[in-house]
Design a binder for this molecule. Structure first.
Ligand code: SF4
Length: 243
């Protein structure tokens, strides 16, 4: 019998979650509570729709013509590693079909759980939301160390990764925070790209609909100069990796 899991939605022509054109599966459930989350309706593992891994792979296969390499499938969320067996089975079947696989994760997951899933992942999109532990906890409500351990594990086993960092003015844009993360990333051996992403408020209306308290209403989005300065910091530490 096929393994079941819960998903929030599927995007069939994704262009920002990995290389090429991708089918992006947004899984349900996330242990983090990021202040800027644009998918707060992904939070609860009990939400979304129940599907089987076989059904998901059948759905993904409908788009095989569009997702030829360098495109593929990306498992995102929510936090895909909250449903490790379900996600592993989708990735395993996709890889067997020759489809490029990516996993978009916060890395907030015990390595013993993540390791078997990662066997079927070609590329990890790892969100490191801050390098300063107290800012990280302020942003996400969880601790930083599991994500750093996850990043180090990916480096040790040479698993290709893109690092993603969201710039929130007054929160994550502190130059010392950025410098610490840039130096950490520079020591990793597997990073192919660093993405500096401006915070936006496109999900704010969802917070209101769900009755959640959105604390960043008065936080401005970062200026182009701010983004440029942060990109320059990463560029200094990791030339050629920064987008
Ligand atoms: S990790 Fe992603 S899905 Fe989870 S709360 Fe943070 S932004 Fe939202």
């Amino acid at each position: 019998m096929s393994i079941t899991g819960r998903i929030h939605s599927i995007e069939t022509c994704g262009t920002v979650d990995g290389p090429g054109l991708r089918v992006v599966v947004f899984t349900q459930g996330c242990p983090l509570r990021c202040l800027y989350c644009h998918n707060p309706d992904c939070r609860e593992i009990s939400g979304g729709t129940e599907v089987t891994a076989d059904e998901m792979v059948a759905e993904i296969q409908k788009y095989r013509f569009y997702i030829r390499p360098p495109g593929g499938v990306t498992l995102s969320g929510g936090e895909p590693l909250m449903q490790p067996e379900f996600v592993q089975e989708i990735l395993r079947q996709c890889k067997a079909l020759g489809i490029h696989t990516a996993l978009d994760t916060s890395g907030y997951c015990p390595l013993a759980i993540a390791r078997p899933v990662l066997e079927f992942v070609d590329l990890v999109l790892l969100d490191i939301k801050s390098f300063n532990p107290s800012i990280y906890t302020q942003v996400t409500s969880v601790s930083l160390q599991p994500t750093l351990d996850f990043a180090q594990y990916l480096s040790d086993c040479h698993k290709p990764a893109w690092i993603r960092f969201v710039v929130v003015p007054g929160l994550t844009d502190d130059p010392n925070n950025v410098a610490g993360l840039a130096q950490f990333v520079a020591r990793l051996k597997n990073v192919e790209r660093v993405e500096v992403i401006p915070f936006h408020k496109m999900g704010e209306y969802k917070w209101q609909q769900l009755g959640y308290d959105y604390q960043l209403s008065n936080t401005p989005t970062p200026t182009p100069e701010c983004i440029q300065a942060i990109r320059a910091q990463f560029q200094q530490a990791t030339p050629a990796l920064v987008l």
